[in-house]
Design a protein around this ligand. Structure first.
Ligand SMILES: Nc1ncnc2c1ncn2[C@@H]1O[C@H](COP(=O)(O)OP(=O)(O)OP(=O)(O)O)[C@@H](O)[C@H]1O
Ligand SMILES: [Mg+2]
Length: 247
């Protein structure tokens, strides 16, 4: 589904080139829920932005299904962003002047894809996420959790191959965090969505199938949840992070 191979990314500041990703390799299988953790500055957002086609990579490859992103021009990348990827932002970025339902339809409107089928899908997504009752309300009139569910529904409107989320639970208390994660789990279970989430929160990450820990621009360790329960997995994540701190 998603394959990242030996990815290098440097930022140029004046004459100085600063290497942030130093050979990252990872894969995300269809229907998997994967988190990326790591210290501040380890390159998590940079990795996500490379996969999102927002910034060019220095070397290495990113493949989405059979498509190698490096081989595409700007128009083709825009097409991938619109049709193959769904985004959930930290502050959800709902448009105040649009209703919940219109916000959910926004990626289809932008892509010129609105049809009876997408309108029907918007209503289906409202059902799945329990927001049918508020679909004609505006963002100012709904709760934080409802905004978040709207944002996840919007990310799913175009049947994306992959949902990308950067710190979607960043500013939230544990109840709202639980709600965000629950809607990702619903997306995964009911809609076979594949989710790639950056987080610094071991609680949020403990719901994932797999957690990739970055340090200094490389994958330091990957932990699989397997059959251990969520709480045990969170303990394992915390142990790993402590161990990384000691090294
Ligand atoms: N556009 C840019 N130009 C130059 N340097 C950048 C740019 N964006 C990020 N960096 C640098 O690259 C490094 C990695 O940044 P990145 O945002 O990927 O880290 P992160 O792991 O997401 O951190 P955080 O947990 O704080 O969000 C940092 O040292 C940052 O200062
Ligand atoms: Mg970041």
């Amino acid at each position: 589904m998603l394959t990242v191979e030996n990815l290098h990314k440097s930022y140029q500041t004046g004459k100085i080139s600063y290497e942030v990703l130093k050979g990252v390799s990872l894969t995300v299988g269809k229907g998997e829920f994967v988190a990326v953790m790591g210290p501040s500055g380890s390159g998590k957002t940079t990795l996500l932005n490379c996969i999102s086609c927002y910034i060019p990579v220095s070397s290495g490859s990113i493949r989405l299904g059979r498509t190698d992103l490096a081989s595409l021009d700007e128009d083709a990348l825009a097409e991938i962003r619109n049709r193959k990827l769904g985004f959930v932002f930290q502050d959800f970025l709902l448009l105040d002047g649009l209703t919940v339902r219109q916000n959910i339809l926004l990626p289809s409107i932008i892509g010129g894809l609105v049809s009876d089928a997408t309108e029907h899908r918007a209503d289906q997504l409202c059902e799945v996420f329990g927001i049918s009752g508020i679909r004609d309300k505006y963002p100012a009139e709904i709760s934080g959790g409802e905004k978040q569910r709207t944002a996840v529904a919007r990310a799913l409107i175009n049947h994306p191959l992959l949902i990308l989320a950067d710190e979607p639970t960043g500013n939230l208390d544990s109840k709202s965090t639980r709600a965000v994660i629950h809607s990702f789990e619903q997306a995964k279970n009911a809609l076979e969505a594949t989710i790639f989430m950056v987080t610094h929160d071991s609680y949020a990450a403990s719901f994932c199938d797999r957690v990739v820990i970055l340090q200094d621009g490389v994958v330091w360790r990957t932990l699989e949840k397997g059959t251990v329960g969520r709480e045990k997995f969170q303990d394992q994540l915390l142990d790993a992070i402590r161990e990384m701190g000691r090294e």
